[in-house]
Design a protein around this ligand. Structure first.
Ligand SMILES: Cc1ncc(COP(=O)(O)O)c(C=O)c1O
Length: 434
């Protein structure tokens, strides 16, 4: 029988270190919110393959759709011979994404590819070159997406030169406000700063797009104040800038709405989606205003595998289940429970510096000292490892890797959720500096 250790040795022999691994274990099976490793050890999954399995591992309806599709055809390339599942999925995404205006959708393979295409489309539509992105943002690892990503180590370090014409401003990260202010007395200085930004960094009429996550994912589950995006969007509109929402991590029910921008009552010009869109198969989408999406010439956009039919069928099965709304209700309950528990941790453990979130996207920021807010990076790693030993898989986030960000499948049972939270509690109590 293969063990985790023997497979790890093989992995290290044949695979470079760059593609990282959080946990030194290998999967044998996964179902719902449970992963079983090759040694038969069972784990509660609070990572969800980094937010990909909102619908749960090996969801029955997704499996049925995949099985059905592979009997017919697996790949023709949409650009050579078209197929209905692509069209059907585009139609449904056009309908459910925020905004009551005509929309069009193109499908690609990964989040980074969706981001790249969104920027290409915005540049084409505006005839401009600049893009504004944010501090603590994560948009992927391909060159343009990486250039939009903010964190230096390990993501960007050693990979320069980056794509040009990218300008970065602070996000509404209230716990670590770049302006040293407090909400609401700050009067959203960080959002209105965009106007100053045009004077000091890049003139508004040179900006093609502003790309922003509705809640920072990799940046550490930071949800801006309610009016933040409305202010940003208004300034973009005044300057003819395409407003792109990166809903790759926030989408498909994670925040207890289908898309996080619904909480903010903002309809972006373009929305990019990936991760939980297809229940675990690689698929991503760019959905936007029809007149913007239609701008690039025929052949200007595409990808060999983009909108693979098996992945499209899986995505349609995911959408069918979200339409019933129960998963969104469940996301809300999960979020409330996790927030309640994390607040308890805040009361008991000084290492917990901040607790925050939106829907089931609830984060806990760990700091060495609540006054200085020095990130507790090493402790966070220990906590993640200790939880794994006790049967819970978690991942961290944040520019300083000091934020716990649960991304459990939304189908997690009460019992599994409680067991997972108890493991965090036990680990905190065991590791916490006395
Ligand atoms: C907000 C956001 N954008 C883009 C990406 C990149 O997606 P992918 O890894 O599928 O390229 C991610 C991945 O974590 C993400 O969280």
């Amino acid at each position: 029988m293969k063990t985790n250790e023997s497979l790890l040795n093989e992995r290290n022999k044949h695979i470079p270190q760059g593609p990282f691994n959080v946990h030194p274990i290998f999967a044998e099976k996964a179902k719902g919110a449970i992963i079983i490793d090759v040694e038969g050890k069972e784990y509660i999954d609070f990572a969800g393959g980094i937010g990909v399995t909102n619908i749960g591992h090996c969801n029955e309806k997704v499996l049925e759709a995949i099985q059905d599709q592979i009997q017919n055809y697996i790949h023709t390339c949409f650009h050579v011979v078209m197929y209905e599942p692509y069209v059907e999925l585009a139609k449904r995404l056009n309908k459910i994404t925020p905004g009551d205006f005509p929309k069009k959708t193109m499908l690609v393979n990964s989040g980074a590819e969706a981001v790249e295409n969104a920027i290409k489309i915005a540049r084409h539509a505006t005839g401009r070159t600049g893009t504004i992105a944010f501090e603590d943002a994560f948009h992927g690892r391909t060159l343009l997406a990486l250039s939009l990503t903010s964190k230096m180590k390990p993501y960007k370090f050693g990979f320069a030169p980056y794509a040009p014409e990218i300008y970065r401003m602070p996000y509404a990260y209230c716990y670590r406000c770049a302006f040293g202010l407090e909400y609401p007395s700050c009067e959203l200085r960080c959002a209105y700063f965009l106007k100053e930004f045009f004077a000091t960094h890049i003139s508004g009429e040179q900006v093609a797009a502003l790309i922003v996550e509705p809640v920072l994912g990799e940046g550490g589950f930071v949800a801006p104040p309610k009016e933040y995006f409305r202010v940003l969007q208004k300034i973009c509109q005044e300057n003819g800038i395409v407003f792109i929402a990166d809903e790759i991590q926030t989408g498909f029910g994670r925040t207890a709405k289908m898309f996080a921008m619904e909480h903010y009552e903002v309809a972006p010009d373009i929305v990019v989606m990936a991760k939980s869109i297809a229940g675990g198969l690689p698929l991503a989408a760019v959905t936007g205003k029809a007149e913007i999406m239609d701008h690039p010439q025929v052949g200007g956009l595409g990808a060999t595998y983009g909108g693979n039919p098996v992945a499209c069928r899986a995505a349609l099965a995911v959408l069918d289940q979200f339409e019933k709304k129960a998963l969104l209700t469940r996301a809300k309950q999960i979020g409330e429970r996790v927030l309640e528990k994390f607040k308890e941790f805040y009361e008991h453990y000084p290492i917990v510096g901040d607790v925050r979130g939106l829907g089931a996207m609830v984060g806990m920021e760990l700091v060495v000292d609540r006054k200085t807010k020095e990130p507790a990076t090493a402790f966070t790693k220990q906590l993640v490892n200790c939880c794994r030993e006790k049967g819970l898989l978690m991942i961290s986030a944040g520019t300083y890797s000091n934020i716990i960000r649960p991304l459990m499948p939304l189908v997690i049972t009460e019992e599994q959720l409680e067991r997972g939270l108890s493991i965090i509690e036990d680990s905190l109590s065991e590791l916490h500096p006395k």
